[in-house]
Design a protein around this ligand. Structure first.
Ligand SMILES: C[S@@+](CC[C@H](N)C(=O)[O-])C[C@H]1O[C@@H](n2cnc3c(N)ncnc32)[C@H](O)[C@@H]1O
Length: 289
């Protein structure tokens, strides 16, 4: 995952995790070191829209503070400033709700949806006054209209295809009042080529999380294999995968217009004021319903 660049890990360690993976049939425990008993949990093939469930604890604890702080002024300038104060706004793919909470603190009536039940559980803790629902961006109906909507932190790169992106855009369009605005950001291919071809880790006294990313230029899919150890009464291991698709900008634009949006404006994140790794090869899209 591009935003967790805490440690670069040599491939040999990542390779060791793979080796261990192959040799551990299911739920065994082993004594590697005194006080370091490891229980291995088998990974399961996840439905795509649930893929953040096993990642939610780590995401909620470590992810996004820098991105959210830098994205807020951009969302404020490009979206919030164009809406009446206190407007209803929809956070699409709201994740664990930290950004939703920031928007809510600025007086907007925010609602949030996310496909991951566990992410929504954290969102309810992080923004208790916000209404959250577990829903898939490609097919949802809240029975309510909003003046604005946003989907930040490259969430729509998690939608696998242009046709599914169009379904998501249609659902979002259907929830916006005429003239309402929608903002989202996507990683461009240069970001995949750099940040989805590395191995990173998070380490603290109770957690070790190794993320091995690989970008396939043919399929334009980035795959991040994550191995997480958490110290409970024993060390517990989980393995799971998170994927992003690098959407062709023309296909994104076509999908937006087919869904009924107009007046597309594009902003490069660095030009819009972001700095550092998170600004690299990221585009903010703003459209009108
Ligand atoms: C990178 S996180 C960003 C979360 C949040 N927007 C933030 O700024 O922290 C991507 C989120 O998109 C959600 N997601 C992925 N595919 C989805 C879908 N089809 N419908 C709804 N949510 C989805 C994931 O569950 C995850 O919470």
């Amino acid at each position: 995952m591009p935003s967790s660049r805490q440690y670069k890990v040599p491939r040999i360690f990542a390779g060791f995790l793979g080796w261990w993976d192959n040799r551990t049939p299911y739920a065994i425990s082993c004594n590697l070191l005194p006080h370091c008993r490891v229980i291995y949990e088998t990974s399961s093939v996840m439905e795509r829209n649930n893929e953040f469930d096993p990642f939610a604890d780590i995401y909620n604890r470590y992810w996004g503070a820098d991105y959210h702080a830098q994205a807020f002024p951009i969302v404020e300038r490009l979206l919030l400033s164009r809406l009446p104060a206190g407007s209803p706004i929809l956070d699409v793919c709201c994740g664990s709700g930290q950004f939703t909470a920031m928007i809510s603190r600025h007086g907007f009536q925010v609602a949030g949806i996310d496909a991951s039940e566990r992410m929504i559980r954290y969102a309810k803790e992080n923004a208790p006054s916000v209404h959250f629902a577990v829903a898939d961006a490609r097919d949802f109906s809240l029975g309510k209209t909003f003046n604005g909507a946003y989907s930040v932190f490259e969430s729509l790169n998690h939608i696998p295809s242009a046709s599914e992106l169009e379904s998501a855009f249609s659902c979002i369009h259907g929830h916006l009042a005429p003239g309402g605005a929608f903002l989202f950001d996507l990683n461009r291919e240069d970001a995949f080529l750099v940040y989805w071809n590395e191995t990173n880790a998070i380490v603290d006294s109770g957690n070790v999380c190794v993320m091995q990313s690989e970008y396939d230029e043919t399929t334009r899919v980035g795959t991040c294999k994550i191995t997480a150890f958490e110290l409970q009464d024993v060390w517990k291991r989980r393995d799971f995968t998170v994927r992003q698709t690098c959407h062709d900008p023309q296909a994104v634009s076509d999908a937006l217009y087919k869904a009924g949006f107009s007046d597309l404006c594009l902003y490069d994140a660095a030009d819009a004021g972001m700095t550092g790794d998170i600004a690299y090869a990221r585009t903010f899209f703003v459209v009108k319903a």
